[in-house]
Write a protein that binds this ligand. Structure first.
Ligand code: TPP
Ligand code: SF4
Length: 344
């Protein structure tokens, strides 16, 4: 959620460039991170966000250099531990708009456990997971989202692991907002805007091209290598039938308990297709598991629900505790309840 401007004096309207810092951007030329940075700055300007109300927290990785490039508050923390710092920032000052930037390595390897718990707590945070299916910063080792068989310096004979699906993890961890976009896709600003407006933890997976160590990992979704992206992306719209394809001539239908791709021919019409309901977590699970080439991959908001935020509940608990013992000192509290003395 973006905090409203509560000051009496009118503040200058900020443009996207006002959210860019004076630091030299140190990503490789052509990296998908640039497009995400630009779109994020635009979204903040469009939402009339304030620099002094905004904090970007990140772990470690190329993607996690993001806070340096934003002219907001920021914290480049330690590997996989961004969720803990972001949670602390938000609880200490719920007025701040807190964004957490992580990568598939930072968020799903070393930080996998932290990610799961920040999601289930539902603080009002916006999490962007840049998925390039590789460790970029450390020069191209395989990551939890790398495909089986992937040859990298740490898997010279090909990875034996099955890749994780970040959106499935977010849904299983009870996330209240789950979405996907692509670094250079037109829907990234819409998805980030919806994420920013969500009251609770928003989780956005962004397919990101690491053009040095895993170039074109998402060519099917960007339309590179001669592929037609509209044949491979399902652009979700709440309340609308799931149609896709350059000529909007294919769709997604239920077949028993599974999804199937159908051509809109021979009497099959939009009425036969599934209608997107972003409040249905089970449907979102099925959408999250659709993967290329068998299925088009879902982009947009897969799931959104309302539920109390952690910081609101913490504040309530603190108020209740204070009301019970209004004049208690820290010493009183430490000596309250069961205590014991250690005899020498
Ligand atoms: C405790 C610790 N372990 C390992 C590393 C090395 N390391 C730095 S970044 C990284 C992975 C980054 O991958 P990802 O999160 O996918 O980010 P990318 O660089 O691809 O954006 C690793 C393993 C580290 N910095 N600290
Ligand atoms: S190594 Fe990959 S992810 Fe890192 S800056 Fe270069 S292109 Fe981007």
């Amino acid at each position: 959620m973006i905090s409203p401007n509560t000051k009496d004096t009118p503040l200058a309207v900020l443009k996207a460039k006002d959210f860019a810092s004076d630091q030299d951007v140190r990503w490789c030329p052509g990296c998908g991170d640039y497009a995400i940075l630009k779109q994020t700055q635009k979204v903040l300007a469009d939402l009339a966000a304030r620099r002094e109300n905004t904090v970007f927290v990140a772990g470690i990785g190329c993607s996690s250099r993001f806070p340096y490039y934003m002219s907001t508050y920021g914290f480049h923390t330690i590997h996989g531990r961004g969720p803990a710092i972001a949670s602390g920032v938000k609880i200490a000052n719920p007025e701040l708009d807190v964004w957490l930037v992580t990568g598939d390595g930072d968020g799903l390897s070393i930080g996998g456990n932290h990610l799961m718990h920040v999601l289930r707590r539902n603080l009002d945070l916006n999490i962007m997971l840049f998925n390039n299916r590789i460790y970029g910063l450390t020069k191209g080792q395989y990551s939890p989202t790398s495909e089986t068989g992937k040859k990298t310096p740490s898997t010279p004979l090909g990875s034996l692991d099955r890749p994780l699906a970040p959106l499935s993890i977010a849904l299983a961890a009870e996330a209240t907002f789950v979405a996907r976009s692509v670094d250079i896709d037109k829907n990234l600003t819409d998805v980030l805007t919806a994420a920013a407006k969500h009251h609770g933890t928003s989780f956005v997976e962004i397919y990101q091209d690491c053009n040095v160590f895993n170039h074109e990992a998402f060519a099917h979704a960007t339309g590179r290598k001669g592929l037609e992206k509209e044949e491979n992306l399902l652009r979700l719209e709440a309340g609308k039938p799931m149609v896709f394809g350059k000529n909007r001539d294919r769709g997604i239908r239920m077949s028993g308990t599974k999804l199937e791709v159908v051509e809109l021919v021979d009497g099959v019409t939009e009425d036969d297709l599934l209608v997107h309901d972003p409040t249905d977590r089970n449907l979102a699970f099925m959408l999250a598991r659709m993967s290329y080439p068998e299925f088009p991959e879902a982009v947009g908001v897969l799931f959104e629900s309302e539920c109390a935020t952690y910081e609101d509940l913490v504040t309530q608990q603190v108020e209740m505790a204070k009301a019970k013992r209004p004049n208690a000192t820290l010493r009183d509290l430490l000596h309250a309840g069961e205590t014991f003395t250690v005899e020498p």
